[in-house]
Design a protein around this ligand. Sequence first.
Ligand code: NCD
Length: 307
Amino acid sequence: MTAHYHILGAKQFNRTELEELFDSAARMEDRETWNTDPRFAGKIMTTLFFESSTRTRLSFESAMSRLGGKVIGTENAAQFSSTIKGETLEDTIRIVSGYSDIIVLRHTDIGAAERAAKVADVPIINAGDGAGEHPTQALLDLYSIRKECGRIDGLTIAMIGDLTYGRTVHSLSYMLANFQNIKLLFVSPENVGIPSYVKHYLEEQGVAYSETENFEDALQSAEVLYQTRIQKERFPSIEEYRKAEGRYIINRDILSRMRKDSIILHPLPRAGEIAPEVDEDPRAAYFRQAQNGLYIRMALVEKCLTF
Ligand code: NCD
């Protein structure tokens, strides 16, 4: 099997690679270049999604199409692939490797992308592995921060909401360790705090962080408010979910107390934690952030296919 450039987790990236990817993504924003690159003509991407998705799957599919390649896939692989007949992930990946040049995988199990990469003969992109990681989301989050704030070094970033099951928070925290003088503020209900393995990594890397249940702490200090959805589908019981839901809602009142130079990000979908009245505020950057997903994913597919 040949060596491939897989995207499995956020820790695999160093700062130089991140800066290169951001520069490529910026290049991808130029529509004049779309569909003109002969390197991707005839290339096929498979999107294999065992969990629901709107932005991630469609932005990957759009990215491949914009590059001039083709897409096949299943958006409901748990039900409509041979998994329902008992096929293992490894077997599915071996087969799909023979039909395409790159596989984008979203799965329910932590570590699924790594398992896939062991048997795949094409690059694997982790588009979310259960409550584990979501590295391509973290890349577009960082790209958005760089665009909106003009820098990443020196920022205070508050991550708010479900920090246990929210995989985007794990990947973003890991990736931020590549930057200088970052301060992370984890704001969460007590039963969905940031996992200790994420904290250990930050300590090893010398990243300053603190934990609180008090949203007000973030309003005064953070330049980036990274709001997240309480991941209802991942809780062990409805009682545990009820303890965490509805605690931090960004609304007009919060906006009036936020820093003037701050931005609000959210990986989306939102489920009530940002009121629609916030959308018109210039600090509401989450729709621009979702659009950036297209450019980052074009850059990633380019990198994987030309490695
Ligand atoms: C996130 C995910 O799937 O982890 N969504 C996304 O990819 N933009 C966040 C979420 O589902 O809450």
